[in-house]
Design a binder for this molecule. Structure first.
Ligand code: SF4
Length: 387
């Protein structure tokens, strides 16, 4: 039976969830809240949605009025509930609520910082490294990260639907026997229906030389309700690895824990990528909380990304020095599994480059001098060739 959740009298909201539902003229109903399609239909996308919920700063108001013409704004009710209403520096808020600084272009800013467009071989297929391709499945996400490296494509409505591009992509992959690894990204591939995803994965899996299929997704953070037993079964059937995206420990809610459990129990290997962001996670504590929390959910922190120099993101980026200092404070000071590799996507299409704290001090005449996590020096002597 369809529940009547429309408001027929003024609601005095008691909880954050009620306040969010109230914006759309509805009562809070737990069943609907837990339905991912309801979450998608009730995303906060414009100034009028945010005004009743947050004490907006003038910079945010202008961002919501103007920056959304450049890059869409959307926040799922689930993620919106995590935002502190009266703290403009809330680490959740900084990730998804635009500010007018997005309209400012700074030195070094680029539209396509990873140079992906130059390596596009057929529409939606990027072939840069010899054995790997990036397949852009769709151009929408559950919510939009203000630092998105693909904001030139994502949400812009310019990408043809997958059905019109898939045959050319599959033909290219069949022909290129050197490709063994496909990363499906976007946009967020987990927004596709189970049926469409199943078909796409089936066609990829039918190509013999493709050994490894990954999906990059922020859905478990923005929209954990999407992770259903049926979806986990599709991913398991096609032996998919998932690269998730989390930026702050507060994202690891009970709903997210449940979603990760479903995936991990379903045998889906889980890794996480984090973008280093000013005010969000640029402290030792914030990163430790996040990485330790992920391990508890059986998600391996995999990459910590230096934020790409996307036009209009200078206010969210830290210096590389900050990143090096932070990773030095983690390496050796906590579980190795909790320390991701700090990487930069070399601007202009140079690919991923690991940035390592200076641990190798000298390598000469078969002697290696290294510095450990306490700053002490040690020497390793290469083996002498016998016989
Ligand atoms: S989820 Fe990924 S693709 Fe989507 S807006 Fe965020 S960074 Fe961009």
């Amino acid at each position: 039976m369809e529940l009547n959740t429309r408001l027929d009298k003024p609601l005095i909201a008691k909880s954050r969830r009620e306040e969010i539902c109230h914006i759309f003229g509805e009562y809070y109903d737990p069943e609907r809240w837990n339905d991912w399609r309801w979450q998608m239909r009730h995303r906060l996308t414009k100034l009028e949605h945010f005004q009743p919920l947050l004490q907006l700063t003038p910079a945010e108001e202008r961002g919501l009025e103007k920056a959304r013409d450049k890059f869409a704004v959307a926040v799922t009710p689930h993620f919106a509930e995590l935002i502190e209403p009266d703290n403009p520096l809330c680490p959740i808020r900084l990730q998804v609520v635009p500010r007018e600084e997005e309209l400012v272009t700074s030195p070094g800013d680029m539209i396509d910082p990873c140079g992906e467009d130059d390596d596009s071989v057929v529409p939606g297929l990027i072939h840069r490294y010899p054995d790997r391709v990036l397949l852009l499945a769709l151009d929408s996400c559950a919510a939009y990260c203000r630092y998105c490296t693909r904001s030139r494509l994502v949400s812009q409505g310019e990408m043809y639907p997958l059905t019109r591009r898939i045959d050319a992509m599959i033909a290219y992959l069949q022909e290129h026997t050197e490709v063994r690894d496909v990363l499906i990204s976007g946009g967020d591939p987990l927004l596709m229906s189970d049926e469409v995803l199943d078909k796409l994965l089936g066609r990829l899996r039918a190509i013999e030389h493709i050994e490894f299929v990954r999906i990059g997704s922020r859905v478990p953070s923005f929209l954990p309700q999407r992770i259903t037993p049926q979806l986990a079964a599709v991913l398991r059937k096609h032996r998919v690895w998932l690269s998730l995206h989390f930026c702050h420990g507060r994202e690891l809610t009970p709903e997210v824990a449940k979603a990760c459990d479903l995936l991990a129990d379903g045998g889906i290997p889980l890794g996480s990528q984090t973008v280093l962001l000013k005010g969000v996670n640029d402290s030792e504590n914030a990163l430790k909380n996040l990485f330790h929390g992920l391990l508890k959910l059986r998600v391996r922190p995999y990459y910590l990304y230096q934020c790409d120099p996307v036009a209009g993101t200078a206010h969210l980026r830290t210096s590389v020095r900050t990143g090096i200092d932070l990773i030095s404070k983690l390496r050796g000071h906590t579980t190795g599994y909790a320390v991701p590799t700090y990487v930069m996507d070399a601007p202009g299409g140079g690919g991923k480059v690991p940035i390592l704290p200076e641990t190798l001090l000298a390598y000469e005449n078969g002697k290696t001098t290294v510095r450990n996590w306490e700053g002490k020096l040690y020497t390793y002597i290469d083996p002498v060739e016998l016989g």
